[in-house]
Ligand binder design. Sequence first.
Ligand SMILES: [Fe+2]
Length: 250
Amino acid sequence: MPSPWRTLARVAVAEAKSLHSARALLAKHTAVVVRGALASADCARWASGVLGSKDEWTEDFDGDQACLGRAFYTHLETDRTALYFADAAASDARVERHAPGLQDRMRGLIEEAVGGRVVARSGWCGAGVHVFPSGATVASQGGVRHFDTEGLAEEHVTRRAPAVSLVAMLVPAARGGGLRIWPVLYAGRDCVDDSDLPGDGALIAYGAGDVVLFDSYSLHRIERFDGDGPRVSATLHGAEVDAGLWETWF
Ligand SMILES: [Fe+2]
């Protein structure tokens, strides 16, 4: 039986010197990596602010992971979207208070990548900072294989209108914790069986300050990791809602 998943010819990761026009590379690559896109001093400052504000983290999945700010997908999956929207402004204020300039920088990186006008989606949160603790589920088992389609409007997904995800690593795991990505594009179902995978995909290892841009319709997951400390990364999603106009959120 033919696979229901639309797959690209092969998995290819582009290493670029900057995110400038990086989205164009996604036509032929599964992901674009820019090493050291964030200055190490900024990463250290933001990481310190995030790790020092534990009292203000949003706990997700019963404390299995946390976020400075709020992530839409965790609230959708746990029936807390009303809380996500009610707290959006305060959530962004918390991120700005503890990691000043990070949200602007993330939006700027998407702007650079897509070459369009980029605005924060009104009433939504973002960017946010994921904290995956050592020894918790993502560390021991890796993240769930998924597509980043949760925040996209249904008609946007139906048209497969452009959407990108940007991950910036602030504190990489001591060992592991990279991004595994497959040349498999969303085809209407969230689950992809092992037997439908066209191989192992590509593994992108992260250093502090590295950023990865990929098509939000691409299948991906976080690899398991070891070490004493948490893995800390910022994420922002973007969707082209009109020609040349992009909205961002997390
Ligand atoms: Fe994702």
